[in-house]
Ligand binder design. Sequence first.
Ligand code: PMP
Length: 318
Amino acid sequence: MADVAEAVRAEAAALHRYPDRDAVALRTDLADYLTVSTRVVLSEANVWAANGSNEILQQILQAFGGPGRSALGFEPSYSMHPIIASGTRTDWVPVPRRPDFTLDTERAAETVRERQPDIVFVTSPNNPTGGSIPLAQLRGVLAAAPGIVVVDEAYAEFSSQPSAVELIAEFPAQLIVSRTMSKAFAFAGGRLGYLAAAPAVVDALQLVRLPYHLSKIAQAAARAALRHADATLATVHQLAAERDRVVEALLGLGFTPVPSDANFVLFGQFADAKASWQSYLDNGVLIRDVGIEQHLRVTIGTPEENDAFLEASKEIPR
Ligand code: PMP
């Protein structure tokens, strides 16, 4: 926090000037971070940044979607994908996941071949269900897709699975990996999302970005936060261990948690999820009803918060 504050203070003297519209220093730092965390060597030419990954997704749809084009996603997944598609007049093609929320990637590849969408969204780890897609299966979807495949890796740091960044060299004209500092970096208020792709994809996004979209303050604050990536990732590992503890404990209590690589766990079964959500709240625990029948989603917190959640879980009507 001190470093972020100092970085912002230093920028304050220069706020009468526009920021670097290409955010080269920040993109270089993000490329270095990805190179270290995925062991795939990337440069700033592979990386683009915006105000949260929602803006990244919107720029992708502005550049590659639009009237007469379509985007396909596997549901349930991140609810903003169809909303941003609709805002850019891109037709949305929803394809259901299996009843256990995993993706039947062979069928997915078939559907992609049939529907020929201009853009395919794969969220890995998936929000709100938590599971991720192995790279071998992702390859099948990429091979079937006629256009862009966006792998939304907002929760990637919480997962032990390899990143889709490993496949960029193999599918340079297709693959875009979307990332954010909102989750693992605990930087949601700083608004910093980014993507990794081939340099030509990054060039294409220059056609739709607004001039100076990323403020000097956001760029400087994000660079300061990135200097602390090691400490941040140590916390992320603790959180992932807590997640696994919570899943085990839920199993012990007779719940059916969905295997998660993210910082939340979807779990059931509840006869009336809405009533059970209220019962958690009455016990002082606020979790989420994400609209999936018989299920609720808990975000992993501090060990004390997780204990309070598990204690309340013993009292909840199912
Ligand atoms: N993708 C996924 C899968 C998300 O869950 C979220 C936030 N909930 C986002 C993208 C967008 O986050 P942000 O704009 O803060 O980067």
